[in-house]
Ligand binder design. Structure first.
Ligand code: FUL
Length: 486
């Protein structure tokens, strides 16, 4: 038995999420496998960011422009990046990532690398710079600023030749030199044929070196990282098992990416720390369309997405596309505030507060090879909850591979009310509503000493009779039919 556990076996230690972490950490400095960098840890703690798709497609109605759109098509009548930032902040988001350049090649900044930019548009006399406006707005509202710069470019004449890689590297230099700190660089995996018919061979090492040099703290997103990885779908659903580790040897973004189910789950023994980011749009499409004003996701759908992203060890990047004015529509902004209210109501009161915590090894459990670690919470009184939140201290690596949640059964023995695999930064489980004074989390599988960072209990404001299988079922019901959207 380690000192750690004997310390925790002393009776009378009151638990709170933070205290549990503080108690578990001393004496455990050894790492297990790859660990997150400081920047990756900070990034993970952001939990919830805004994605903004904005460009010629906003005006043409396309999802993928072909690059032949006249520059004048980009003409927001009332651009207000401060409104985006205010809404993101009020919604509880911590950063904004803007499509500085989508696949149509149109640059929202006056790039020297292209003739298809805001500078060639007659909008604001060619003097506009959306990146400058958004980065200033992010600073004003205390948000981090990030960029999506698509390597696939359907406009640039050099696309499909080695020359294009230099062009793209210069575009990255501009974006990472002139707009203050960039917290995340999004590299989309899409890669099509250029006008010359040649497929572009991207020079990823060159692109990465530019970002590393100019924005050393920026998290680089792609199918395979290196900072964070795509989750393998655009429906908002991370794998129930989700390791923040990935093997990237032999893979590259786009067609050369690992299979979707690997991106969903990560690799249990993966060589690199590459946590998952869940990108999903609040609307059916990525770009604003009037016809989709009535298809903005409901609070219930956003709540399901919260449980299947942030609640599964991933970061949620929710796309909220501005309209032709250059403003976020009322319907989207209202929904974001309703969703914030829902989260505040659910997560405001931690029903584990004041519990006495005991941590110890428990006896043999059927089907479990080694003695499991048990974190038992003795609550101050009978409490009713239907959500359990578990947190693992990931700073020393992700270790836990399985757990069960149990409550006493008729004062003799324990009954399992939920079970799961990975925990990671945060794991949220919806369980059938239960009323009890005692609850325990039994870590039945871990590759090294498990480091539980905290346990919290919550009660949904309006108790939904949630079936534990529901997350899987909602995959089709919530996203299969837009008719269900409000
Ligand atoms: C995809 C793109 O092709 C979509 O247009 C969108 O930008 C999405 C976030 O990534 O790969």
């Amino acid at each position: 038995m380690t000192a750690l556990f004997s310390l925790l076996r002393r009776p009378g230690l009151a638990a709170s999420a933070g205290l549990l972490a503080a108690m578990l950490l001393p004496g455990c400095s050894r790492t297990y496998g790859p660990v997150p960098s400081e920047a990756q840890l900070e990034w993970q703690k952001m939990e919830y960011n805004m994605f903004v798709h904005f460009g010629p497609n906003t005006f043409s109605g396309a999802e993928w422009g072909d690059g032949t759109e006249a520059e004048d098509i980009f003409c927001p009548t009332d651009l207000d990046c401060r409104q985006w930032a205010r809404i993101a902040r009020d919604a509880g988001m911590k950063g904004i990532i803007l499509t500085a350049k989508h696949h149509d090649g149109f640059c929202l900044w006056p790039s020297s690398t292209s003739t298809h930019t805001v500078a060639q548009s007659s909008w604001r006399g060619g003097q506009a710079d959306v990146l400058a406006e958004l980065s200033a707005a992010c600073r004003e509202y205390g948000l981090k600023f990030g960029v999506y710069v698509s390597p696939w470019d359907r406009n640039h004449p050099a696309y499909g030749t080695p020359e294009y890689n230099k062009v793209f590297a210069t575009a990255l230099e501009e974006v990472h030199s002139n707009y203050g700190e960039v917290f995340e660089q999004w590299f989309d995996g899409a890669c099509g044929e250029g006008p010359s018919g040649k497929k572009q061979e991207y020079d990823w090492p060159l692109f990465h070196s530019v970002v590393r040099r100019l924005s050393p703290k920026a998290i680089m997103f792609s199918d395979v990282g290196p900072g964070c990885r795509w989750m393998g779908n655009e429906r908002g659903i991370a794998g129930e098992t989700n390791w923040s580790r990935l093997d990237t040897e032999g893979f590259c973004p786009g067609a050369g990416a690992p299979p979707a189910d690997t991106l969903q789950r990560g690799n249990v023994h993966g060589a690199h720390w590459i946590p998952a980011e869940v990108d999903v749009s609040i609307r059916p499409g990525w770009f604003w369309k009037e016809s989709e004003n009535s298809a903005v996701k409901s609070v219930e759908q956003l709540a399901d997405i919260w449980f299947s992203s942030v609640g599964r060890n991933a970061l949620l990047l929710l796309n909220v596309p501005p309209d032709k004015r250059g403003r976020i529509c009322e319907v989207d902004s209202l929904r974001l505030m309703e969703f914030r209210d829902w989260r505040e109501a659910v997560f405001e009161l931690d029903l584990a507060d004041g519990a006495v915590v005991k941590v110890r090894r428990v006896g043999d459990m059927a089907g479990v090879a080694c003695k499991p670690l048990c974190v038992e919470l003795d609550l101050p009184e009978m409490r009713t909850f239907d959500i359990v939140e578990l947190r693992e201290n990931i700073s020393r690596g992700q270790r836990i591979s399985s757990f069960v949640i149990q409550i006493p059964e008729h004062d003799a023995g324990w009954k399992t009310i939920a079970e799961g695999t990975t925990i990671g930064y945060k794991r949220l489980l919806r369980i059938p509503e239960c009323r009890t004074r005692r609850i325990r989390i039994v870590i039945t599988g871990s590759y090294a000493r498990p480091l539980i960072d905290g346990v919290s209990l919550y009660h949904s404001p309006v108790s939904q009779s949630v079936d534990i299988q529901r997350d899987a079922e909602m995959t089709t019901s919530a996203f299969g039919s837009h008719a269900e959207c409000r």
